[in-house]
Design a protein around this ligand. Sequence first.
Ligand SMILES: [Zn+2]
Length: 300
Amino acid sequence: MAAVDVGGTRTKSALVDGDGAEVVSRTGPTPRGLDQPGALPRAVEAAFAELVELGARGAAAPEVVALGVVVPGLVDDRAGVARYSANLGWRDEPVVAPLEETVHVPVALGHDVRAGLLAESRWGAAQSARHALFLPVGTGIAGALMLDGHVISADGWSGELGHVVVEPDGPVCGCGARGCLEAVASAAAIEAAYAACSGERVGADLVAGRVAAGEPAAQAVWTRAVEALARAVVTAVTLTGVDLVLVGGGLARSGEVLLSPLREAVESRLTFQRRPRITGAALGDRAGCLGSACLAWDLV
Ligand SMILES: [Zn+2]
């Protein structure tokens, strides 16, 4: 099965077997100019051709009978169209139809985070779960929901937890609203808040290390982010009834420095609701690519 994950900066591709193992894998920079009509399917076609060639050299490579593609932004999986990407610039870009003409196998298009949740449910930390929220916290914050065993798409509009307002008077978000979760608790927001109060610009990973070491400025910034995440998680749990929350993305690398206070903050806000298990995602930055393989498997 061929899998391609077109990310904001890097594109990952792999030949994946039925157990979720990447038999052949490649990571390279995402090509520029994907805002031009037709550029996205052409870039995926090039990644696919490279995979097939690499696979032909290896005896153990799985047969390529379908291609799964995932991209960020708004994705209409049913129509096979990448609707909108703020970072990469495409608008209403047909992906499945042009690719099927050139790669000559069935093609599935999906959203990187929703597909990542599918992969977590098949091969990662959400195995045997029927309801889950996948919450990748990185440069931005995304979300994906699985309810009653189905990953929810709503024509591509579901899961935008990063743009739930958690601080009505908070910082302005990239989307134009004020106080979105992403503007308070993303890795980028944590870095900016820490720089504002300490005068030192360091990555969120380092801020997490300073939290663990007991530095007051880092702890203040971290607590604000954790409280914001807890507000959003409680909203999601109350609305959907999920009993598993998988935290992923770059910030999840801080492990219990993030998860432990997040569990406490969520617990303290819940009243009657079912208590969700809150844990780290298992597949890391491979989730999207493995998720695209899931979509491809589901075609055949
Ligand atoms: Zn926003």
